[in-house]
Design a protein around this ligand. Structure first.
Ligand SMILES: C[S@@+](CC[C@H](N)C(=O)[O-])C[C@H]1O[C@@H](n2cnc3c(N)ncnc32)[C@H](O)[C@@H]1O
Ligand code: SF4
Length: 410
């Protein structure tokens, strides 16, 4: 997240090249809306988000107007570029902390999406939230505005771990929030982080057990990434905190997977587990399976038919561009066939759905020998392999990125 990739400079009118139309009619279309505000910045977080003191010139009150402007702009660009109009299958309002905005403001964004493209009757609409921005009334209001799913950043249930992460919420209030979300008819996902400095295997087990007691529909568990330039990285550098080593992180992952499996949750992407097939995140799956989406907001990324672009990162620069009716895109690239294949392998290998062996060997014949080596090393599921598919074993999931780099000649 620290810096945006370099690419071609996109035109101010945002018009997309011809490739954007390719196969569009057969692909799902989704919308991501970024809300770049947080009350405090957690010491480990490198996302494009700002506290009020850091961003005096862009107010959360005015921000929805910018979102409406970019949504209108997006619909105009897709239309003028000849991309067929599709109903929206998924919306993800992420951040930052979207629940710092009133539910009615988030609802206005959803209605604008519906007016511009039409929202599928079975659309998945997710809002990310910190536990201390939710209560029973707010959850009912979110559901009334068309939200179908909340993704709650719980991270840990252990006070010393939460304190190292600079999380401000009281873990004791999380069960009430989760129950209230289910009572409001919302699907519930919990985010957990493992490998925080000072976290023991018993601490991690406590978080896993407490999370499972709440019976969420979905759980994401991420290994803590020490992002350069964050307060956490500085504390580790100064020797105030000791980073957890890779082997311990790997054993925490195995501990999580075993605990989730025993409770009836199956992995469907390396960091994501779900109780039922309805519980999985259709929006995130659409990223991993190469669908089309438009990302609204500062720093947001978009992908339409092999054309990818990213918006300017700073909310002030973003607001200036959308107010002027210009594209907020900073850079763009048209992915060639080889790059699209590499991305399909990198993302597809991380999913339970995996990849067809032929899709690898047809593009890169040495992949055949690498796959047999991986099978012998216990990184792949033998039954799936016999059926012509590559699906990672538990051990393989820990090595997913290195394996996909080798399978694509990297
Ligand atoms: C950017 S936050 C947005 C949601 C909300 N603001 C929150 O923190 O609960 C989404 C998720 O990203 C994950 N995350 C952020 N920084 C991370 C890091 N350095 N390492 C691992 N996970 C991280 C956290 O699990 C968090 O729940
Ligand atoms: S609340 Fe979420 S988005 Fe905001 S700083 Fe913390 S982890 Fe990052």
């Amino acid at each position: 997240m620290a810096s945006l990739p370099e690419g071609d400079i996109p035109p101010t009118d945002g018009l997309l090249p011809e490739q954007a139309r390719e196969g569009a009619a057969a692909k799902d279309f989704g919308v991501y809306i970024h809300v770049p505000f947080c009350t405090v910045r957690c010491g480990y977080c490198d996302f494009n988000t700002y506290t009020p003191g850091e961003l005096p010139e862009v107010s959360p009150e005015d921000y929805p107007e910018r979102v409406f402007q970019e949504l209108d702009f997006a619909a105009g660009v897709l239309d003028a570029s000849g991309v067929p109009k599709r109903e929206v299958q998924t919306v993800f309002i992420g951040g930052g902390t979207p629940t710092l905005l009133a539910p009615s403001r988030l609802g206005q964004m959803l209605r604008r999406v519906d007016t511009l493209w039409g929202m599928s009757p079975r659309a998945e609409v997710t809002v990310e939230a910190n536990p201390d921005t939710l209560d029973a009334q707010r959850l009912v209001e979110l559901a009334a505005q068309g939200v179908t799913r909340v993704s709650v950043g719980v991270q840990s249930f252990v006070p010393h771990v939460l304190s190292t992460l600079d999380r401000t919420h009281n873990p004791g209030s999380v069960p009430d929030v989760i129950r209230a979300a289910s009572d409001a008819g919302l699907q519930v996902s919990l985010d957990l982080i493992y490998g925080t400095p000072g976290e023991s295997s018993a601490d991690w087990q406590e978080s896993l057990d407490r999370a499972l007691e709440l019976e969420p529909d979905h759980i994401s568990a991420y290994s803590l990434i020490v992002e350069p330039g964050t307060a956490l990285a500085r504390r580790i550098r100064r020797g105030e905190l000791e980073a957890i080593d890779e082997d311990t992180q790997a054993s925490f992952y195995e501990q999580a997977d075993e605990t989730f499996r025993d409770a009836g949750y199956e992995w469907y992407e390396v960091s994501n587990w779900s109780h039922t097939s309805e519980g999985l995140s259709r929006h995130n799956l659409s990223y991993w399976l190469g669908s089309d989406w438009w990302g609204i907001g500062p720093g947001a990324h978009s992908h339409i038919g092999g054309v990818r672009w990213w918006n300017v990162k700073h909310p002030r620069a973003y607001a200036d561009r959308v107010k002027a009716g210009h594209s907020p895109a900073l850079g763009r690239e048209v992915l060639d066939e080889h790059t699209r294949w590499v991305e399909m392998v990198m993302l597809g290998l991380r999913t339970r759905q995996g990849l067809a062996i032929d899709s690898l060997t047809d593009h890169y014949p040495p992949a055949g020998a690498i796959l047999h080596e991986a099978l012998d090393a216990g990184w792949l599921q033998p039954e799936a392999f016999t059926a012509g598919r590559v699906e990672l074993s538990l051990k393989g999931r820990l090595l997913a990125d290195g394996l996909s780099a080798r399978l694509t000649g990297g």
